[in-house]
Design a protein around this ligand. Structure first.
Ligand code: GLA
Length: 377
């Protein structure tokens, strides 16, 4: 793969790349819409992601090319025009990484479905931040790269997402799930059962995160928080509250916001429960918690659709599946199922019209190739 991409880079730009980086997409096992509410999430990196090939130029032109979109863009280093195309993710990355205003050739290739809910954008941002860090020897740490990638998405592109996707792409560990507290940024790795694989079933429904009600859900959560604060002024995020507190503050919170908060607060508990049951090897209970999580996402947070609920039910009823639920922002994208290893073909046969990606929890972002001397800066 790398050699094929390097040849394409050379054919387009007439030179070799100095850096090749890769950052994975992610799937969230549980902990949905909690990451902008100071809550818990449990994602894993998957085996697919985004490659960035990069070389410095001697002038201040920046030229980028997306192999997937067959689209190019160009601008002057030190300028950060917003053009509502894929280049915005990269301009945001350059702006927040404080890279020197120097020209670059960049090629992007992703083997993720774009805009499908597997964090193609976070993997692009993280891969790019990593490549910039390497090519300019910026010496940034992983958490810094997460922050740069996250700001590119939330401040530059304008999707006010939480930290989960960028964090998962930059810090995951193979064969493990990443349990992250989005408030303290403390994290730990939870071994993923050897006898399971992650099955990602495409709902076939696509939503544009920027135009989806994602930001509206965020506002509803914020409204619930404001109400909660009137009763408990010390509360800083919805995740500081338990159900009892939420009910005590009920009069200050409108009905919609209240439902959103019920989801967030109960979801945090389900994350902990799922981790406990995974560690105890109790897959029956894992399955139950996954179902409850889907139900809450669908009924309280209202980001599912009837046809997705139906698909989740169909998948959950299969004897070799240990839990299924809608994953990611919602309104389409993917259903995640915990599948018994070896049953991949059976799942395909049971869902003949669905695209399915199978993956074990995969390694985090990494530099695959670099000819940059550390001192070159
Ligand atoms: C999207 C966002 C994440 C997270 C999920 C919902 O994937 O990018 O930050 O909020 O939705 O859990």
């Amino acid at each position: 793969m790398i050699d094929r991409l390097k040849r394409k880079f050379a054919a387009r730009f007439g030179r070799e790349p100095e850096v090749v980086s890769f950052a994975p997409g992610r799937v969230n096992i549980i902990g949905e819409h909690t990451d902008y509410n100071g809550g818990l999430v449990l994602p894993a990196a998957i085996e697919r992601g985004t490659y960035i090939l990069m070389a410095r130029r001697d002038d201040d032109r920046i030229r980028i090319y997306s192999e997937n979109l067959q689209e190019e863009d160009e601008w002057m280093a030190g300028e950060y025009p917003r053009r509502e195309n894929f280049g915005d993710y990269l301009r945001g990355g350059l702006l927040y990484s404080g890279a020197p205003p120097r020209g670059l050739e960049v090629m992007v290739f992703s083997d993720l479905p774009l805009g499908g809910g597997l964090s193609s954008s976070a993997s692009l941002e993280v891969s790019f931040a990593l490549a910039v860090n390497e090519v300019f020897s910026l010496g940034k740490r992983r958490l810094n790269l997460v922050e740069i990638a996250h700001r590119a998405e939330s401040e530059f592109v304008g999707v006010r997402c939480g930290l989960m996707d960028q964090f998962a792409s930059a810090l995951s560990r193979a064969d493990h799930l990443l349990l992250l507290n989005t408030r303290t940024l403390e994290y730990q790795f939870v071994p993923f059962p050897r006898n399971l694989v992650l099955a990602l079933v495409d709902t076939g429904i696509r939503r544009e995160l920027t135009s989806s009600p994602y930001n509206r859900r965020r506002e509803e959560c914020f409204r619930a928080l404001e109400g909660l604060k009137r009763a408990f002024p010390w509360v800083e995020t919805l995740s500081d509250a338990d159900e009892e507190m939420l009910f005590a503050a009920r009069d200050y919170i409108d009905e919609t916001a209240f439902k959103r908060a019920v989801h967030v607060i109960s979801e945090n508990q389900r994350v902990l429960a799922l981790v406990e049951f995974l560690q105890a090897g109790d897959l029956c209970m894992v399955e139950k918690v996954m179902s409850l999580a889907h139900w809450s996402l669908s009924q309280e947070f209202e980001v599912s659709l009837p046809e997705i609920d139906e698909l989740v039910e169909r998948i959950s009823s299969l004897p070799y599946v240990y839990g299924a639920r809608l994953t990611g922002a919602g309104f389409g994208g993917y259903v995640i199922a915990l599948l018994l290893k070896g049953k991949e073909d059976e799942l395909r046969k049971a869902l003949p019209s669905s695209e399915i990606i199978f993956s074990r929890p995969a390694e985090a972002a990494r530099v695959l190739y670099s000819s940059v001397e550390p001192s070159e800066g």
